[in-house]
Design a protein around this ligand. Structure first.
Ligand code: S3P
Length: 435
């Protein structure tokens, strides 16, 4: 009998995690290439395009903007319209659960000579959008949100839409906001600059370069030249390290584990999770590193490890923001536990992830201290099976599936379908490697 029930997602303690696996294409990279390919001249072939529901939301929005898209398994072909070729959508654009779709596409919608409205599901409708609307308005976009800076976002574009380049210092370290401003900069005459307080993922900069934009990077300033001619490309998307993180954690925690993960994205702005785990004693080896489509990727080999744990420095937080829920789970099994501050952003993700992690750890009988901007999880704690409320948040569901692998009894993950937001097939793949 497997570890998982057929109808509800039940997770029992595993004896070991073994085998060799591949993950769906990186979600962050897929969104960016889909959007840029739409603005390019000629077709782009995106291989290993993310299977996630979020990246499907991006494709659906682009299709509504008049972009022809074909999808055969994990190859997406996008017939670019050129910088001036998008069409006014018929009705609202639906970003679904995807903050990336709403925020990054906003940069493109800001530059269009037509009106558009982008909306999302209940969770996305609670997430802050002032952070993108503010710089876009400064660039000359006529853009409004619902009350309190919440979605939907409305762009009153018309034939007179003109964006001016700006130099923008990001108030929050957000790759999504950086991307929105750089994308809007493509429609402005001259050079747009973004200054980051802390380095965030640089997939946008790499994708812009690959598609032929003129882009400069000096320390924490990124500059893009407006009105480029983007050229359609053949792109290979690496496996998603943020999805791999759940399997890395499982491999480190479950006794007797030995797991190989192939073709995982290793962009240095995303690998803080590996640095932290290795510094805590995690046996994670990186093999066969290469660069494809401007992105580093390689294979990971993980073995069960005794983890020291410790404090994650605040400057690491933007680099592993999506991995913090699973790191908190991992902290319960480390010698000194795990603590982190400077992560207030987690309160405005798909759910309030600090509250959701604390609540579910307590359900499993663990001790945890919650701060406005972080958590302190003491180490060497025994977890007992519980009913987990994922709050419809994919990363909470997956983090606590990992907790279930090392808990006593059978853990039940409620609303397990939410994993499709980033990682369809998560439970099936976990079942395949867990014994
Ligand atoms: C993302 C950036 C991060 C991350 C999100 C994806 C991206 O959000 O949490 O899952 O693709 O740029 P912020 O940039 O808003 O922190």
């Amino acid at each position: 009998m497997g570890l998982f029930g057929s109808k509800s997602k039940k997770v029992s303690a595993a004896r070991m995690i073994t085998g060799s696996v591949r993950f769906p294409g990186d979600k962050s990279i897929s969104h960016r290439y889909a959007m840029l390919a739409a603005l390019a001249e000629g077709p782009s072939e995106l291989h290993y395009y993310s299977a996630s529901a979020d990246c499907a939301s991006t494709l659906a929005c682009l299709a509504k903007l008049g972009v022809k898209i074909e999808r055969k398994e994990d190859v997406v072909t996008i017939h670019g319209t050129g910088l001036a070729g998008l069409r006014a959508p018929n009705g609202n654009l639906d970003a679904g659960n995807s903050g990336s779709t709403m925020r990054m596409l906003s940069g493109i919608l800001a530059g269009q000579p037509f009106r558009s409205v982008i909306a999302g599901d209940a969770s996305l409708s609670r997430r802050p959008m002032k952070r993108v609307v503010e710089p876009l308005a400064r660039m000359g976009a006529r853009v409004t949100t619902s009350e309190g800076g919440l979605p939907p976002i409305t762009f009153e574009g018309g034939p007179d839409t003109r964006l001016q380049p700006i130099r923008y210092e990001l108030p929050v370290a957000s790759a999504q906001v950086k991307t929105a401003v750089l994308f809007a900069g493509l429609f402005a005459e001259g050079a747009t600059e973004v200054v980051e307080p802390l380095r965030t993922r640089d997939h946008t900069e790499i994708a812009l370069e690959q598609m032929g934009a003129e882009i400069g990077r000096h320390s924490k300033t990124i500059r893009v030249q407006g009105r480029p001619r983007l050229a359609g490309q053949k792109v290979y998307v690496p496996g998603d390290l943020s999805s791999a993180a759940f399997f890395i954690a499982a491999g480190l925690l479950v006794p007797g584990s030995n797991l190989v993960m192939q073709n995982v994205g290793l962009n240095p702005t995303r690998t803080a999770i590996l640095d932290v785990l290795v510094s805590m004693g995690g046996r994670v080896k990186i093999l066969n590193v290469e660069t494809i489509s401007g992105e580093l990727l390689g294979d990971l080999h993980v073995e069960t490890s005794r983890l020291a744990g410790g404090e994650i420095p605040a400057e690491f937080v933007p680099g592993l923001i999506d991995e913090l829920p699973v790191l908190a789970v991992l902290g319960t099994q480390a010698e000194q536990g795990i603590s982190f501050r400077g992560a207030a952003e987690l309160r405005v993700k798909e759910s309030d992830r600090l509250a959701a992690v604390a609540e579910n750890l307590r359900r499993m009988g663990a001790e945890v201290e919650e701060f406005p901007d972080g958590l302190r999880v003491p180490g060497n704690q025994k977890l007992r099976a519980a009913e987990i409320d994922s709050h419809g948040d994919h990363r909470i569901a997956m983090a606590f599936a990992v907790a279930g692998l090392v808990a006593e009894g059978t853990t039940i993950i409620q609303h397990p379908a939410c994993v499709e937001i980033s990682f369809p097939g998560f439970f099936e793949l976990l079942e395949q490697v867990a014994e």
